[in-house]
Design a protein around this ligand. Structure first.
Ligand code: B12
Length: 475
């Protein structure tokens, strides 16, 4: 059986500037399949890295003639790219089996199968074991009835098999399958975060989260369970990526870096690998965890951690409570200060557009962002991603005014608030960016900063038309 994993041609997310990411989800699945099933030919086609457009995709498919096409999705906003990829596959190769998975398709399995006849099977939740079983049934031409974790179409009937229990130990997963995209490795980059000459790799340190924020898809997708890889394994993967592929900017995909001894252990293990100083990494963390780990920050910095995205989310305690975020605005201030003191780039994520938001609350939020003064701030609009608590609430109350999935990217307004129309929320987003990045004192300060990352990102915000694009979303 010939299995082709495809990263579809897709639009990049412009806010963070120019980047080309490795298709981590599918290479992880592909390498697991390679190791756990015999007689399978596994190939990965990254359309973005290989500059394969929709027309080229047709010829690549007829050349490669896979029996199975498994398409990466990553985010809700890629839905149509996934569907078009699978539609192209079906058109070129009518007997092909088409599969997708990920957060969006897991949460919308019934609707997606109904709406898109080009999808044969949706793998819900964790993909590795389910995919292996699925491919084995294809090999043996047996029935799909007993495969846990899939939803599929049989004639006109859609069947949802029971969910699959999670893999107990993430250490049993193979190292990331970068060998399957070896030729593309020098191309993967993240200009603003890692630089042009610093090949970019993703490494997965954990799955899931032990918090339950109402706007996040992750905790449900991973069955409200947080599983971590041991620190040693994470450091080994980092060293492997650097030594085998020259990766110098590493994005740890963890949704939650965590507290306890984990950060300290990770720092010591990485330091022990003696990687060059210009191998740096990024992670997302909670403000309270950064505070709990304040004494470890110098060691993390020494280990190469140079950029942290903090989920600040909001300045209003009621809003934070409604998000079930379980942090306070003061904790955000302390966390930003601690990161900056330790020379770690402090990137804050702030969300506007919740139900109670009005011009005044957003003005307060802007003022808060200004005082918080992180090195970089990304404002996003509360987006009802399928699978989140916000989505269920919005559906129940009829708040959703935009059903175009390609707009579900946190910069398009999908819902009005009690007092603002969706268009007004969209305008407010621009106002947030304009006020923060338009401030002359902040611009001059950033451009004169000794912090190279800060100079670079402000240059990017000023020059690459990000503000114009955000403005263009409503005008
Ligand atoms: C790295 C990353 C990025 C990178 C790009 C990576 C890439 N490959 O393109 C960057 C920074 C550019 C990025 C951009 C965006 N991202 Co992002 N990103 C991530 C992150 C942190 C890691 C992804 C990853 O590799 N995970 C590890 C893999 C192994 O897990 P996985 O993808 O879930 O796959 C497993 C299963 O879900 C399943 N599976 C998934 N796909 C498939 C397909 C098949 C065929 C099968 C069988 C199984 C299967 O099997 C896998 C193994 O078990 C995730 C959060 C996270 N921790 O996953 C967010 C996440 C995917 N991003 C998200 C979002 C919203 C975005 C953006 C819209 C912008 C934003 N505001 O952040 C853009 C969209 C860009 C675009 N057009 O694609 C959301 C998606 C929510 C949603 N439903 O849409 C996530 C979940 C973050 C979150 N907490 O909400 N992102």
């Amino acid at each position: 059986v010939r299995v082709l994993f495809i990263e579809p041609p897709k639009d990049m997310w412009f806010v963070m500037g120019e980047y080309l990411p490795p298709p981590y989800g599918i290479i992880q699945l592909a390498t697991y399949l390679e190791k756990n099933a015999d007689g399978i030919q596994v190939e990965v086609l990254d359309c973005n890295a290989e500059k394969v457009d929709w027309t080229n995709l047709e010829s690549r498919l007829s050349q490669l003639k896979p029996d199975v096409v498994a398409c990466a999705s990553l985010a809700t906003c890629n839905t149509y790219a996934v569907v078009r990829t699978l539609e192209t596959a079906k058109r070129m190769l009518p007997s092909v089996l088409t599969i997708t998975g990920g957060q969006h398709f897991s949460a919308t399995a019934e609707d997606s199968l109904k709406q898109y006849p080009e999808i044969d099977v949706i793998v819900r939740g964790e993909g590795e074991q389910t995919l292996v079983e699925l491919i084995k049934t294809r090999q043996k031409q047996t029935s799909l009835d007993n495969i846990l974790g899939i939803s599929y179409r049989q004639g006109n009937k859609i069947t949802h098999n029971p969910s699959r229990p999670l893999i107990e130990n993430l250490e049993n997963l193979p190292f990331p399958g970068y060998h399957l995209v070896k030729a593309n490795m020098p191309k993967y980059h993240f200009k603003t975060m890692g630089g042009d000459n610093h090949p970019y790799a993703l490494i997965e340190g954990s799955r899931g989260c032990n918090h339950q924020c109402t706007f996040c898809t992750q905790w449900r997708h991973w069955q409200a369970c947080w599983r971590v890889k041991p620190a040693k394994r994470i450091a080994d993967e980092m060293a492997y990526c650097y030594r085998e592929f020259g990766s110098k900017f590493i994005w740890l995909t963890d949704d939650n870096f965590g507290s306890g001894k984990r950060p300290a252990e990770i720092a010591e293990e990485i330091i022990a690998r003696q990687l060059p100083e210009d191998v740096t990494w990024f992670v997302q963390a909670r403000c309270d965890d950064i505070i709990r780990n304040k004494d470890v920050l110098p060691r993390l910095r020494k280990a190469g951690l140079n950029w942290v995205l903090l989920g600040v989310e909001n300045s209003n305690p009621q809003t934070l409570e409604s998000f079930k975020k379980e942090i306070t605005p003061d904790e955000a201030k302390t966390a930003v200060k601690l990161l900056k003191e330790n020379g770690i780039f402090a990137h804050a994520m702030i969300i506007i557009g919740n139900r109670k938001d009005n011009r005044q609350t957003i003005a307060q939020l802007k003022e808060f962002a200004d005082k918080l003064d992180p090195d970089f701030v990304m404002f996003g609009i509360l987006t009802p991603f399928p699978g989140t608590e916000i989505y269920s609430e919005a559906e129940k109350n009829g708040w959703i005014t935009d059903r175009n999935w390609s707009h579900y990217d946190m910069i398009h307004a999908i819902m009005p608030t009690e007092t603002l129309t969706a268009k007004e929320v969209q305008e407010e987003l621009y106002g947030c960016y304009r006020d923060f990045y338009g401030s002359w004192s902040r611009r001059v300060g950033a451009l004169l900063s000794t912090n190279q990352l800060k100079r670079k990102i402000f240059w990017h915000m000023a020059r690459s038309g990000v503000m114009e694009k955000v403005k263009g979303l409503f005008s």
